[in-house]
Design a protein around this ligand. Sequence first.
Ligand SMILES: [Zn+2]
Length: 282
Amino acid sequence: MKRKEFLRNSGLMIASLGLGGGFQQVKATQQSTTYQPQDANSFPLYDLHVHTSQSQTQEQIVEKAKVNGIEMYGLMQNVAPWGIRTDEDLKKHYESVKNFPGFIALQPVYIGWSKNLSKETIDKFDYVLMDPQWIPNMNKYGDQGEVWDHNCYVPDEEAFMERNMEFYLEVINNPEPLDIFGWPLYLPPSIARDYYRLWTKERMEMIIEAAAKRGVAFEINDLARTPHAEFILMAKKAGCKFTFGSDTRDHRTFRLDYCKEVANLCGLTRDDFYIPTRKERR
Ligand SMILES: [Zn+2]
């Protein structure tokens, strides 16, 4: 059977998901996991990772959510050298978002982010998401790796994966507040073609085990189109929760095409999702 026919006959919508090389892995998982595609109404249509920008105000986000039938959404702000750095910054930011009707959240980008902030101010926010995309000492040249950028320089795939794994576990096990692990499994553009080979079962299990132990949810990232179905099914089996996150700041906000497709493919239901608690605004 030709590959194309096989995919069409499989009825798994793999082709439309662009999962390509991961097909064998998904197929293998499917045999050992209960697989029941759900209709989109069975999971929450929500987006916990939205930013404001020059082309998107808080008011526009609220309006877009109404138009798109999004039931919950979360406004994210970076704790970063280019964002919030001090408790004063954080207090000022809180004042600017406390009347936002959705969730308000923090996205730190480095370990040690809470050192200059007070617990009292951090606690005013509904949840914390961190992704592993800003990797210190990423390669043999000591570069600060910016995984999202095409300039991210990877001289050796395996050496990168070792350092990447080390940093993933550091982020998950870091004792600072963390509710959601963002951008899981996303790789630098230069090695992204090897995604299914580099993300071995063993590596995925290590990440899932650490997150399950700490009760950290995995973001299904709409922009990155990660993680893939096999990882989601493994994490679900381990009892992990998920979120939808677009990480958008413009007209792409609330599209969520990949999130909906892969959640449907994996049969995720409302119980599989992490729903934050909205704190009292003071
Ligand atoms: Zn973000």
